[in-house]
Design a protein around this ligand. Structure first.
Ligand SMILES: [Fe+2]
Length: 385
């Protein structure tokens, strides 16, 4: 996050003595990315953050390919993923490559018995259903329907849900996730043409410091394995921190769509970028206003990127038979476009209420068995007249 933020107490000068009331020292930790080159935060713990008591079992949670080489357009019924009590067990990866894993989750219970840390990937959670609080060692972020929650790799967190009716789309990125560079100036500030700006971000708040010793289970994801590590102190023992590396939220409802006289291409909807894929938000907006405009998109070949659309809400004007929570996959190598009749039917329409999240990956995606279990199987033929 190219925005300085701080919470709690810290010394005036970094790397200097910062004493507790009893005269003992706090424990400083630099939490950085990309070696010492990326964004970082400096945090101050009550206890050493290094006190590992035990390393327990390890689970292999790496996704397995049921279809490694895919050329079919697919339609996956995302809401057919069954709810499960536990947050981590509820996460079902459907599509993946070496850069990104796309995962659906319908967790019912809050995380209380353990903490979680993904050291492999940044996690971008999109909240389709549910409200609650993302609790991290750097503070809390309340979330609701339509929120993206960006959790940088290595951030220890817990999900607290208000009810059992939760639906998440989780994008795990093996490359750092940023807001698009072209939206930002040389200093990192979002420019006037950006569809969102700093005021729209939900920054961590309510830094709660836990001074507790005992046994604290942190499930650590590394190299596709889930290691069960027991620490001697509560991981949320930070009294203060500052810097640029922290989780934040952004509501899709705060994305200001860019429209034009004729059809605007997907990059105008871009919300996040990485070295290996982009994330776009398709939001309610006015349609093109050229008198001869065709609001539905033209047929297109993303010749070298797989396109995943997660349909959140509203009407999806260029598609037939699409419902909430459905996911279309239009693979690289073949063209796709509006369904028969929708191209013509879009003419003269003034606006759309569609809400969708798109992930375009630069490498082909593989499908897991879970994806095949919710695949309608017929979608690739749905353009036949
Ligand atoms: Fe497309």
């Amino acid at each position: 996050m190219p925005l300085y933020h701080k919470l709690g107490k810290m010394p005036q000068k970094r790397h200097t003595q910062f004493k507790k009331e009893d005269g003992s020292l706090h424990y400083e930790q630099l939490f950085g990315t990309i070696g010492f080159d990326g964004m970082s935060s400096l945090m101050y713990h009550l206890h050493r953050p290094t006190q590992v008591k035990e390393v327990g079992k390890t689970l292999d949670i790496a996704p397995r390919a049921a279809v490694q080489y895919n050329i079919k357009s697919r339609l996956l019924k995302g809401l057919n993923i069954l709810p499960e009590d536990d947050y981590l067990q509820s996460r079902k990866t459907i599509l993946f490559n070496s850069d990104v894993h796309l995962t659906l989750a319908a967790p019912k219970k809050s995380m209380t018995a353990y903490f979680y840390k993904n050291t492999d990937a940044d996690e971008l959670l999109f909240v389709h259903q549910g409200t609650g609080t993302l609790k991290t060692l750097l503070g809390e972020i309340p979330f609701e329907y339509g929120d993206y929650l960006l959790i940088p790799r290595g951030m220890i967190y817990q999900m607290e849900f208000d009810t059992e009716d939760n639906r998440l789309l989780i994008t795990e990125s093996y490359h750092p996730i940023y807001t698009p560079k072209r939206y930002r100036n040389w200093f990192g500030q979002h420019l006037e043409h950006s569809p969102f700006c700093e005021r729209d971000f939900k920054l961590p708040q309510n830094l709660r410091t836990h001074d507790e010793q005992g046994e604290f289970l942190i499930k650590v994801k590394k190299q596709g394995q889930l290691h069960h590590m027991v620490y001697a102190t509560h991981p949320f023992d930070v009294v203060g921190w500052d810097g640029y590396n922290y989780p934040y939220g952004f509501s899709i409802h705060n994305f200001e769509p860019i429209t034009g006289r004729v059809h605007q291409p997907p990059p105008v909807h871009q919300t996040f970028e990485t070295a290996a894929f982009v994330v776009c938000s398709f939001c309610p907006r006015l349609y093109d206003y050229h008198p001869e405009a065709i609001p539905a998109p033209y047929n297109h070949s993303n010749i070298d990127s797989d396109e995943v659309l997660y349909y959140v809400d509203g009407d999806f004007m260029s598609r037939k038979g699409i419902d909430k929570g459905y996911i279309s996959l239009h693979p690289a190598g073949i063209p796709h476009g509006p369904h028969p009749g929708t191209y013509e039917a879009s003419i003269g329409k003034k606006g759309t209420e569609e809400l969708a999240v798109m992930v375009d990956t630069f490498k082909p995606l593989q499908l897991t068995q879970t994806a095949l279990d919710i695949d309608d199987g017929q979608y690739y033929q749905s353009w036949l007249e």
